[in-house]
Ligand binder design. Sequence first.
Ligand SMILES: [Zn+2]
Length: 115
Amino acid sequence: MLTPISISRPKPYLLYIEWNDAFSSTILLETLRDQCPCAGCQGEEIMGQKVFVGIKMFKPGMNELKALTPVGNYGLQATWADGHATGIYTWQSLRAICETHTLTPQQLTDLASKE
Ligand SMILES: [Zn+2]
């Protein structure tokens, strides 16, 4: 099973994850929040249709990560500064986010130059 062996925050807005198969990825915390797997953020599947129970609006602190807490041995629960903490990222979903949204060295340089 693919699991993270190291998770760190190189910048306040970045998350760096190293996996047990030597894959590593740096993603924006904003992306992690955007991909929050809870029903409130991703919509709930009801009778085969996606139903959104809330409208996504920007809230102060929503992309600011307070804590990542291991859940059993299958994933992580993220707690955000706006109080949102219902999203549990399984290793599989976290890996998918890392593979899809990993930042290139060029993007990292561009972000650093805007600090
Ligand atoms: Zn959520």
